[in-house]
Design a protein around this ligand. Structure first.
Ligand code: SAM
Length: 235
C-alpha cells in the first residue's frame, strides 16, 4: 500500500498525464499511478545505482515496463525536452528539489504541473516558484508515522505570483494556503519549530557574544515573531 504521503502527491497527478518522477527510489509512485490513475506514461528517474536497480525490478515485477521507463541519471537529465507534462519530486529537502528544477530548466517547457513534496525547507521551493514564473496553486500538510510532510503544487501561470493577501514573508515560509487554512498539523509543525528556535536562542544567549551569534539571534527573534503572529500565540 502506498504511504499517505505519496498518495497525497498522486492525488494531484492529472489523468492521462505524462509524468517524470525524479528520485523515484523503488518506483512506488509511478507504479501506483500506472495502475490507479490512468496516466499515459511515466519516467522513474534515479541517480543512485541501488535504488535504480530496485525501480527496474519493481516495474518489471508489476508488468508495467510498457508504461514506465526507468532511467539512471541526475535530476531532469533523464528527461528529453517535450517528453512529460508533469513532474513529481518527493522525499528530499526543498533546497535539493529547487536545485533539480533550476538545473533542469530546459526540460520544463512542456511541463504544466509540478508536484513537490519537500521533507524540509518548503520555503526554498516557494522562492523558486516566485523567481521562475510558477504559480503555487495548492498546498497540503499531513502527518504520517510521527513526521509532518508538505506537498506543494505549481502551475505555469499567467501570473507568477502566489495568492498573497497579506505578508509575503510569512507566505513564503509557512505557505499562503496553509496559513489560511491553519489546520491542526500546521499548528503542530510551527509550534514545534518555534520551540526549537527558542531553544537555539537560549543556547546562543549562554554562548559568547560574537557578531555571528548576535545576527543569528536577531534572525531567530524575527522568525519567532513571524510565526507567533500567524499562529496568534504569545512570543
Ligand atoms: N521519491 C521517493 C519517496 O518519496 O518515497 C524516494 C525518496 S528517497 C528518500 C530520495 C531518492 O532521491 C533517493 O533514492 C536518491 O537516490 C534520489 N536522488 C537524490 N538526488 C537525486 C538527483 N539529483 N537526481 C535523481 N535522484 C536523486
Amino acid at each position: 500500500k502506498l504511504s499517505a504521503r505519496l498518495a497525497k502527491v498522486a492525488q494531484y497527478v492529472p489523468k492521462n498525464a505524462k509524468v517524470a518522477d525524479i528520485g523515484s527510489d523503488h518506483a512506488y509512485l509511478p507504479c501506483y499511478l500506472a495502475k490507479n490513475k490512468g496516466i499515459a506514461f511515466a519516467i522513474a528517474g534515479e541517480v543512485a545505482a541501488g535504488p535504480f536497480q530496485s525501480a527496474v525490478r519493481n516495474v518489471s515485477a508489476e508488468g508495467l515496463s510498457e508504461t514506465i521507463s526507468v532511467r539512471l541519471g541526475d535530476g531532469l537529465e533523464v528527461v528529453r525536452p517535450g517528453e512529460v507534462d508533469c513532474i513529481t519530486i518527493s522525499g528530499m529537502g526543498g533546497a535539493l528539489i529547487a536545485s533539480i528544477l533550476e538545473n533542469g530548466k530546459d526540460k520544463l517547457g512542456s511541463v504544466k504541473r509540478l508536484i513537490l513534496q519537500p521533507n524540509i525547507s518548503a520555503v526554498s521551493i516557494r522562492k523558486w516558484f516566485l523567481d521562475n514564473g510558477w504559480m503555487l496553486t495548492a498546498e497540503e500538510i499531513l502527518e504520517e508515522d510521527g513526521k509532518i510532510y508538505e506537498v506543494l503544487v505549481g502551475e505555469k501561470g499567467e501570473s507568477p505570483l502566489m495568492p498573497y493577501d497579506s505578508d509575503i514573508e510569512a507566505g513564503l515560509l509557512l505557505g499562503p494556503y496553509l496559513v489560511k487554512e491553519q489546520n491542526a498539523v500546521f499548528k503542530k509543525k510551527w509550534l514545534h519549530e518555534k520551540k526549537n528556535w527558542e531553544r537555539i536562542y537560549q543556547q546562543l544567549e549562554n554562548a559568547a557574544e560574537t557578531t555571528d551569534a548576535m545576527e543569528k539571534k536577531q534572525e531567530l527573534i524575527h522568525k519567532m515573531q513571524l510565526v507567533g503572529e500567524v499562529l496568534k500565540v504569545e512570543n
